[in-house]
Write a protein that binds this ligand. Structure first.
Ligand code: AMP
Length: 397
């Protein structure tokens, strides 16, 4: 028996899940928040209990130390040796990584180098990898990339119509993201539909704080909404999604201080999306509450969010030249019957039709009517499990 830990580290947080493998049993999970800030919080859930402690967590190494000590303090493990593997979720793998890989110094440097493609994600992930390497140097350490599933996209989809030299010199192309999630829910959808994945055309909608839509043909990603970075595609919590690129020089002409890469990245990554339009919140629950209270900006934010989702699903029906099922997953996709109903009710021409008795909070599985030509499913994503499986597959000892 071995114990494997899945890690999803961001700039100031670290989400983890401890598995007994190969049984795929979750032993404990937790979240460390406010890394690098005062009053860090570590929460551990195990055996139906939740333990939380507040303490200063100066950096990622301290966070990993707290996590490992919590596991011992709470008798979840007896000693560090019980942990035989760790898998790290990495948002950007660029053209370096077509699949998951064992960690060595070169891999860590490549993950750091790719921070330009995922400025909100890769730096924290690299810190998490280094912290584990320092504290548990001998265990199997694996990196699992959000981009890997999308490396099957054809050139016609991943290239941008700009001068070739930008691709040749800087590898400016579409990489996509959330690949582990899209891959997982596509596989689960095939099981639920009881059809071979190779014969299915699916549109998978990962709609959380970050959101992306993928066209999956025969189990392979053939197009996805996120682009060079996780900023492209549909509207998100704080990210704009697709824009007319002329907006950037237009704004710089009027506010010259925006002619700074970090500042302009912030405008579109952190100040846009639901937050930018509602001027209230990036959280869909707040947006829906605002809409129900009659707040104009929340209603506009909601309607724009739905509009962008519908347009991408429509595009991908065209890319796939048909679709067997649309799958919803992640925080909003799994939990919001309101968002699912708003999206699907605008796509009925394609042969989708929701069963209101099935499209309810807590829905899981098929939510379309029996007669609908195109099925609609809700499938809770499980990126942590995909990571733990990859660690098991690549285990060196
Ligand atoms: P994620 O990034 O996948 O954790 O998703 C976070 C998003 O899910 C946030 O915008 C939450 O507001 C949203 N969310 C979670 N539960 C619900 C719910 N019951 N209704 C609407 N949105 C929800």
């Amino acid at each position: 028996m071995s114990k494997t830990i899945s890690i999803n580290a961001g700039s100031s947080s670290l989400k983890w899940q401890l598995y007994k493998m190969p049984q795929e049993e979750v032993i404990a999970k937790g979240l460390i928040e406010r890394i690098g800030l005062e009053d860090g919080v570590s929460t551990v859930k195990f055996n139906g209990q939740t333990e939380s402690e507040t303490t200063d967590i100066p950096d990622h190494k301290a966070a990993v130390k707290i996590l490992l000590d919590d596991l011992i303090r709470l008798n979840i493990i007896a000693n560090y040796e019980e942990i035989t593997g760790v898998g790290h979720r990495i948002v950007a793998g660029g053209e370096y990584f077509k699949e998951s890989a064992l960690v060595d110094e070169k891999v860590i440097e490549q993950v750091e180098e790719l921070s330009l493609l995922a400025p909100l994600h890769n730096p924290g992930a690299a810190l998490g990898i280094r912290a584990f390497k320092e504290l548990l140097p001998d265990i199997t350490s694996v990196v699992v990339f959000d981009t890997a599933f999308h490396t099957s996209m054809p050139e016609v989809a991943y290239r941008y119509p700009i001068a070739n030299r930008y691709y040749e010199d800087y590898k400016v192309r579409k990489y996509g993201a959330h690949g582990t999630s899209h891959q997982y829910v596509a596989g689960e959808a095939a099981k639920i539909l009881d059809k071979p994945l190779e014969e299915l055309k699916l549109i998978t909608c990962h709609i959380g704080n970050g959101a992306s839509i993928t066209a999956v043909d025969g189990g392979k990603s053939v197009d996805t909404s996120m682009g060079l970075t996780p900023l492209g595609g549909v509207m998100m919590g704080t990210r704009s999604g697709d824009l007319d690129p002329a907006i950037i020089p237009f704004l710089i002409d009027r506010e010259p201080e925006l002619a700074d890469a970090e500042k302009i990245r912030n405008v579109f990554n952190r100040e846009s999306g639901l937050l930018g339009i509602s001027e209230k919140s990036s959280d869909m629950r707040d947006i829906i509450a605002g809409m129900h209270e009659g707040d104009h900006n929340s209603t506009l934010a909601f309607n724009m969010f739905i509009d962008r989702l519908k347009k991408y699903i429509g595009q991908y029906v065209a890319v796939l030249n048909g679709v067997d099922a649309i799958v919803f997953t992640a925080g909003i996709g799994e939990n919001s019957d309101v968002v699912r109903e708003a999206v699907i009710s605008g796509l009925t021409w394609f042969g989708v039709d929701l069963d209101p008795e099935k499209n309810v909070p807590g829905a899981n599985g098929i939510i379309s009517t029996d007669a609908a030509k195109v099925k609609v499913l809700v499938i809770p994503t499980d990126e942590e499990l995909v990571i733990a499986r990859d660690v098991e597959r690549l285990k060196t000892k």
